[in-house]
Each structure stands twice: as C-alpha cells, then as structure tokens.
Design a protein around this ligand. Structure first.
Ligand code: URA
Length: 195
C-alpha cells in the first residue's frame, strides 16, 4: 500500500470542510488501485454510495462496471473510480460550486498520487469541475483533452445512458477510443471483448 494514499484516505474520511459532511452516512473516498492507469471520475455519491461508502454501486455503477468489463477493465485490476465531491448532496442534487471547490483539491491529490495515464470524465460535473466550467459534454465528448500532461476523455455519465439509451452508441465509441489509447500507452496486448 502507498503511504501517501493511505494518509490521504485518513484525511478525507474525517473531512468536515463543507456542509455535505453533516448529512452523510459515509465519505466515499473512491475505489480501485492506487497505481491505476485509468481513473474514472463521476459527480458525487448517491444514496447507495452514501450507505456503502463506495463509489458507483447503484444502477449507474452496475452499468459502469459492465462497460468497463467489456473493455477488459475493472476496479480490481486497472481502474480507480472517484468523484468530484466525496459526500452525498441531499436529494441527489448537483454539488454546489462552493462544495466542488472545497472537495476538488482532494481529487487533485488523488490524481497526483495515482498518476493515471487516462482520465475518464463521466458527465458534465466531472468535465466542468476538473477541466473547464464552460465546456459542454454534448459538444466535447469523444475528444481527447490534454490536461496537465495527461489525457482526459469526456463521455456521458452512466445515469444519462440509463435515462436515454440512445446515447449508448456514442458512449461505446468513446470507450473504444479509451481501449485503443490504453493499448498505445499502457499495454499493447490488452484484451477486450469489445474491440
Ligand atoms: N454517480 C456518481 O456520479 N458517482 C457515484 O459514485 C455514483 C453515482
């Protein structure tokens, strides 16, 4: 285990820097390997995540795991999954600007320690929070963004795919690019059922 990572986990698990800490059941630190080459970033914990203290464990999470699995990726092997905010916003509302600003430094530290080659931005909150508040997910999805020496791929949040299955086709195209980039940058022999 990486010491910096474990110290950061301890710090985040007791965080009380914003109002979201008051209503949470659990902080959702994130899950996966501390040296993962791919990092997926979502918005924030929902009800199931708050109860379990783990990211993406509800319906969206099951879909995300399925997509990752078809691409030959998993939390156990090569992906770390985190969020813009680490505590559940009440009623699943989007995190407020002040809540994002307070929490994003934790995400930046996670990125620094994990040092992923590829960052997958799941939806508008991740795209706008990490990269640029003015970008539109519908416009930039599927296009690599160079960010601090890393490559970020914006794509739809799995919850959007559940609401509108017509988006799945585009989403698969995005994940095809992610698999190809992983072969280019990390493992040329990477196996995927999909492409
Ligand atoms: N949606 C998110 O954005 N993050 C989670 O952890 C779960 C659902």
């Amino acid at each position: 285990m990486n010491n910096d990572f474990e110290n950061l986990r301890k710090e985040i698990l007791v965080c009380q820097k914003c109002q979201l800490s008051k209503q949470r059941t659990n902080v959702v630190f994130g899950e996966g390997k501390f040296d993962a080459k791919i990092m997926c970033i979502g918005e924030g914990p929902g009800r199931d995540e708050d109860i379990q203290g783990r990211p993406f464990v509800g319906r969206s999470g099951q879909l995300l795991d399925k997509i990752l699995g078809v691409c030959g990726f998993s939390r156990a092997e090569n992906v770390f999954i985190g969020n813009i905010v680490k505590c559940r916003p009440p009623e699943n509302r989007a995190p407020l600007p002040q809540e994002r600003e307070t929490c994003i430094p934790y995400l930046l530290k996670q990125i620094e320690i994990i040092n992923p080659k590829i960052i997958v931005l799941l939806g508008a909150t991740a795209l706008n929070g990490l990269i640029d508040p003015n970008l539109k997910i519908t416009k930039v999805r599927g296009n690599w963004i160079e960010w601090n020496g890393r490559l970020a791929m914006p794509t739809f949040h799995p919850a959007a795919l559940l609401r509108n299955p017509n988006l799945k086709k585009d989403s698969w195209e995005d994940f095809k690019k992610i698999v190809q980039k992983y072969r280019e940058l990390v493992d040329e022999n990477h196996k995927s059922d999909y492409c």
